[in-house]
Each structure stands twice: as structure tokens, then as C-alpha cells.
Write a protein that binds this ligand. Structure first.
Ligand SMILES: Cc1cc2nc3c(=O)[nH]c(=O)nc-3n(C[C@H](O)[C@H](O)[C@H](O)COP(=O)(O)OP(=O)(O)OC[C@H]3O[C@@H](n4cnc5c(N)ncnc54)[C@H](O)[C@@H]3O)c2cc1C
Length: 317
């Protein structure tokens, strides 16, 4: 079922999670354990992130330099299939501009379509390791809106090869990312929202936000989006802090503010166990407030969240 239909048919705020594929060399059991803990709360969908391959160079004994293409976190599509089959739940793989040429996007979309995937989250993708800004692939897309247009074209039966005799239209429901505290590269929140509007006009069905720790950013963002005519559901993304050092790491990685009250409480914690308690309680309050104010779905980022999401879900859903 499409995410957008799940949202339309909901009787209450829905629960969803994001899973990051395990590091290369790890197995899938850790992911299953994480989902096993949460499946009783009936996630409406489970997102699986995508991480593009990186070039790694090693110097051989001869002095020659060998290039390897490695994926630090491989397996988005395989993980999508495994989770779908094991839990019979809607899975939303992420698809990024980074790592794909136009042709590879089309191949990936055909595969996802054959797998019965109905939902994808379309993104620009993170900048590569050692890059300060996103660099598109040669013959790849630059912005999420460009990738989105290719997906929408395929939904209309338009493939790259316009001479196909009976092109079969796909039927993907497409989500895109939004940033309540603005995307780090955007000049300001208003211009970022204009680009977000372009994604919605191009056919995005819903928006999932970057994590935030102060709901006022989300409410302000939703108001600004509605004021410029963005009328699709805006799903808040939540991340419970689970470690003391996340107070400094998360702002650096995700360009989000940690409110002073939360930072103070976490910094008082003697260990990560105490920090997890504080982070969990903070997320519970955030979630309750968002629910009270009609958030369509609460989407939880699970990476590095320890077992806090189970506690939160127990309290909220
Ligand atoms: C919910 C969520 C899930 C994510 N999952 C992943 C993942 O699985 N893998 C991964 O690598 N990364 C992921 N990311 C990170 C994301 O890829 C980065 O934040 C990336 O830098 C921006 O992606 P975007 O899709 O928002 O980009 P875009 O919408 O393309 O925007 C990127 C920047 O360009 C500007 N912009 C947009 N369109 C234009 C235009 N036409 N002209 C000029 N400027 C423009 C925007 O204002 C913004 O500053 C995720 C982020 C979120 C919020």
C-alpha cells in the first residue's frame, strides 16, 4: 500500500522507522533484532537508507596504486526485500542522485517495481567521503527534483528509450526530504522551501523531515510550507539522543540545534545509560506534543538510538 494512502486512511498518528543497512562485513541479524523489538507497534512503513559506493585507493608492493570501489553500507535493495518478506510490512527504500547515472536509476526503478515496491524516498544523497559538497555522477542527477522527475516520467510510462513499444508505467508513491532548520547548503529557509515546493510540484506525494529536537522548528516549517502552497503531508523525523557525545555530533552531522535545556541535562549525565534516559524522555514529550498537534506519522531514526524507541513507542502508541 502507498504511504500516502496509509496517511489518508489513518485513524490516528502512525508510527514508522528508518533503518540504516549494517556496515560491510556485518550480517542482517542485528537489523532483524531491532525490528523484532518494534514490530508489535505496527510500523506503517520502514525506510531503508542508501549509501553510495566510495572509491578507495591502496598502494601495492610495486608502488602502483589500485582503485577499489567499496560500499561501506551495501544492500539497500536486498534488505528491502528481506524485511518485506519476513515482516510483511511496507518498506520504503531510499534512492539518491549520488551513485546512479540516469540509466542506472531506470534499472533500479525497474527492479524495485518488479519487487512490488510501491514507495520510494528520493534524495540528492550525502556528499562523498572527503567531499565538502555533493558532486553529481557523470550523467547523474544533481538535485532530488531531477531524480524525482525521472521517477514521475516512469510513472507515466516514459522510459529513457522513447522507442520502447509497450512501456509499462510504474506506480511509485514518492517521498522527499524537508529541513525544518533549513538544508545546510541553502541560503535561507525561505529559498529552501521554494526548492521543496518545486519537488512537490514535480510530483512528490509527501515530505519527511530531518531530525529536530525543538518542535517549534517543525511547526514554523509546516506553517511556512502551507503559506507557499505546499499541501502534502509533512512527516516529522525524530531521533532520541542515546549517548552523551551525540549532543555535539548530531548538530555537526545533521545541522540541527540541540535546545539548551536538553544539552544541559545530557551534559550532566555520568554515562550513556543516563543520557539515554534523558533523550528518551525528551523524545516522548516531543512525540506527545506532535501527536496532539495532528502530525500524520512519527518517523523515528533508529541508528544509534539504542533501545529507546521501544520505550517511546510503548508510551505513545
Ligand atoms: C528523511 C531523510 C532521509 C535521508 N536519507 C538519505 C540516504 O538514504 N542516503 C543519503 O546519502 N542521504 C540521505 N539523506 C541526506 C540527504 O541526501 C542530504 O541532506 C542532501 O544533502 C540533500 O538531499 P535532498 O534530497 O534534500 O536534496 P535537494 O532537494 O536536491 O536539495 C539540496 C540542496 O539544494 C538546494 N536545491 C534544491 N533544488 C535546487 C535547484 N533546482 N537549484 C538550486 N538549488 C537547489 C536545496 O535548497 C538544498 O540546499 C536523508 C535526509 C533526510 C532528511
Amino acid at each position: 500500500m502507498k504511504v500516502i494512502d496509509k496517511i489518508k486512511n489513518r485513524k490516528k498518528t502512525l508510527f514508522s522507522i528508518e533503518i540504516v543497512p549494517p556496515l560491510r562485513g556485518s550480517n542482517i541479524e542485528g537489523i532483524y533484532q531491532r525490528i523484532d523489538h518494534l514490530i508489535e507497534f505496527n510500523p506503517a512503513f520502514i525506510n531503508i537508507t542508501y549509501h553510495k559506493d566510495e572509491a578507495v585507493y591502496t598502494t601495492l608492493k610495486s608502488g602502483a596504486v589500485k582503485k577499489h570501489i567499496l560500499s561501506k553500507r551495501p544492500g539497500t535493495v536486498a534488505l528491502t526485500a528481506s524485511i518485506m518478506n519476513k515482516y510483511k510490512v511496507e518498506v520504503v527504500p531510499h534512492l539518491t542522485c549520488g551513485g546512479f547515472t540516469h540509466d542506472q536509476v531506470e534499472n533500479a526503478l525497474i527492479d524495485l517495481n518488479f519487487m512490488g515496491i510501491e514507495n520510494i524516498l528520493v534524495l540528492q544523497g550525502d556528499a562523498g567521503h572527503k567531499q565538502t559538497a555533493f558532486v553529481p555522477e557523470p550523467d547523474g542527477h544533481t538535485f532530488a527534483v531531477d531524480l524525482l522527475e525521472q521517477v514521475v516520467n516512469m510513472n507515466h510510462g516514459k522510459y529513457l528509450d522513447s522507442k520502447l513499444e509497450q512501456p509499462y508505467p510504474s506506480n511509485f508513491c514518492v517521498g522527499v526530504a524537508g529541513y525544518p532548520e533549513k538544508h545546510y547548503a541553502a541560503a535561507n529557509l525561505d529559498s529552501d522551501i521554494q526548492y521543496l515546493k518545486a519537488k512537490v510540484l514535480a510530483g512528490a506525494d509527501y515530505i519527511v523531515t530531518q531530525m529536530f529536537f525543538d518542535n517549534k522548528y517543525y511547526y514554523n516549517f509546516v506553517d511556512k510550507c502551507r503559506a507557499v502552497g505546499i499541501d502534502v503531508p509533512i512527516i516529522p523525523g525524530l531521533k532520541p539522543i542515546a549517548m552523551v557525545n551525540q549532543v555535539n555530533i548530531l548538530p555537526k552531522l545533521f545541522h540541527t540545534h540541540i535546545p539548551e535545556d536538553l544539552a544541559k541535562e545530557i551534559n550532566k549525565c555520568a554515562d550513556n545509560k543516563a543520557a539515554l534516559e534523558v533523550g528518551t524522555q525528551w523524545s516522548i514529550e516531543q512525540a506527545k506534543d506532535l501527536m496532539k498537534n495532528g502530525a500524520p506519522v512519527l518517523h523515528f531514526y533508529t541508528l544509534g538510538a539504542g533501545n529507546s524507541i521501544k520505550k517511546i513507542a510503548k508510551e505513545i502508541f
